[in-house]
Design a protein around this ligand. Structure first.
Ligand code: HSE
Length: 420
């Protein structure tokens, strides 16, 4: 038998014909070598004009899920509950599944893992995190637990696009957001991007493949770019920093993992500072290789479709995620570390000063006051003071501190005690 004959023939049922679904349809047309054919496409609104033959479309999901000839379901719809229904039914019906629904996956990882084990079918979702960058498969296959010291990433294209447009091109926030929507990067509800939920969902997925950690979204400290002020951008310029929404995980000396999704000042020499517009970037720090940098489009029709296409292609070889770290060497998260933060605010009365280990900088003369100081991570967890009342928190570069020299810090704080 020649090697071509060992590949499975794929007959696809596609759910969704929006930005990603139509992108996939086009990309597949340009990839005849894949021998994958879309048999049916399930859509919600049959009255919309579509750029594909009418015969392909149906509004009846059973026509796809119950069709024994269809062996792969590709699900790229917007509704989380419906996506979960489709994906779980497909797996139970013995079909392999490719999904791009990051929120659905992040919220249902344990159940989806169980179903994959029970059914022996494969669920692949490379497009759900960093779109065109093959980060899930890399974390899954290449980086052993012991080698992975840290990973930090820009995982949301829309917020990165907005920050670039505001800071580099001096656009207003609202203009930049509308542009991101027009270009098809933003979520149907753009607040999911702006407030950090989308980045959080992607981080939940990547934490599993990087460290074998499964955590509920509500247990991770996060925020988006909604609190960032123009005056913060001015401080960034003065210090020659960029502002990025960064998802970060770092293995500490005690073997536990610190993880969060927060805006961060990024130094000019940091690889993430090169990541502009809708691009995503991932910096992986590993034991022997030192730093590696992955860069690519994190949103948009063809970049996302390219990841879906790659998953479809992998199914020809019966590829499935093994979740090796989760099943054999899981890690745990810790709250036992400190963060160096920049905080700008209108009124010091809203700042929980007693939480700080020390204050390193204090700027009271500016119209909008700000400080740089060290906070225990627990001061952010399950607390909202750092994002309420128009307060803006941005992490300083290299923000994670494991141990602090209390005497040195106390002294410094005492010098600045007058300010509080
Ligand atoms: N809204 C998402 C983003 C789309 O901007 O990154 C890609 O997941």
């Amino acid at each position: 038998m020649n090697s071509m004959e060992t590949h499975k023939k794929l007959t696809i049922g596609l759910f969704g014909f929006g930005v990603v679904g139509e992108g996939l349809y086009r990309v597949l047309q340009q990839t005849p070598s894949l021998s994958a054919r879309i048999k049916k496409i399930c859509i919600k609104d049959p009255s919309k004009k579509r750029n594909a033959p009418d015969i392909l479309f149906t509004t009846d999901k059973e026509e796809i899920l119950g069709d024994p000839e269809i062996n792969v379901i590709v699900e790229v719809i917007n509704e989380t509950a419906a996506a979960y229904q489709i994906v779980t039914t497909a797996l139970k019906n013995g079909k392999d599944v490719v999904s791009a629904s990051k929120k659905m996956i992040a919220e249902n990882l344990p159940a989806l893992l169980r179903l994959q084990q029970e059914t022996g079918r494969s669920l692949l979702y490379e497009a759900a995190a960093c779109a065109s960058i093959p980060v899930i498969r890399n974390l899954e296959e290449y980086y052993d637990n012991d080698l992975l010291h840290g990973i930090k990433a820009i995982v949301n294209g829309s917020t990165n696009f907005i920050l670039t447009k505001i800071l580099d091109d001096r656009l207003e926030f609202q203009q930049a957001l509308v542009l991101a929507q027009q270009l098809g990067f933003a979520e149907a509800d753009p607040q999911l991007d702006v407030d950090g939920y989308d980045a959080l969902n992607k981080w939940i997925i990547l934490l599993n493949h990087a460290y074998g950690i499964i955590e509920k979204p509500e247990n991770i400290v996060f925020t988006g770019i909604q609190h960032i002020q123009l005056s913060d951008a001015a401080v960034a310029k003065e210090k020659m920093f960029e502002i990025k929404l960064v998802a970060q995980a770092q293995k500490l000396q005690n073997g536990k993992v610190a993880a969060f999704v927060l805006p961060q000042f990024v130094k000019a020499e940091d690889q993430l500072s090169f990541v502009k517009n809708e691009y995503n970037g991932v910096v992986i720090e590993s034991g022997f290789a030192d730093k590696q940098f992955f860069y690519g489009k994190g949103a948009g029709s063809f970049p996302t479709a390219s990841a879906v296409l790659s998953d479809i292609s992998a199914l020809r070889y019966d590829y499935h995620y093994e979740y090796k770290k989760l099943y054999h060497q899981p890690n745990t998260l810790t709250d036992d570390f400190y963060l160096r933060v920049f905080l700008s605010f209108e009124d010091i009365a809203h700042i929980l000063k007693e939480k700080f280990e020390c204050i390193e900088e204090w700027h009271a003369q500016e119209k909008r006051k700000y400080l740089v100081g060290i906070l225990p991570f627990t001061a952010l967890k399950n607390e909202t003071w750092w994002k309420d009342n128009n307060t803006s928190l941005i992490l300083m570069p290299e923000p994670v501190i494991e141990d602090i020299d209390t005497r040195r810090l106390k002294k410094k704080s005492l010098e600045l005690a007058g300010i509080f």
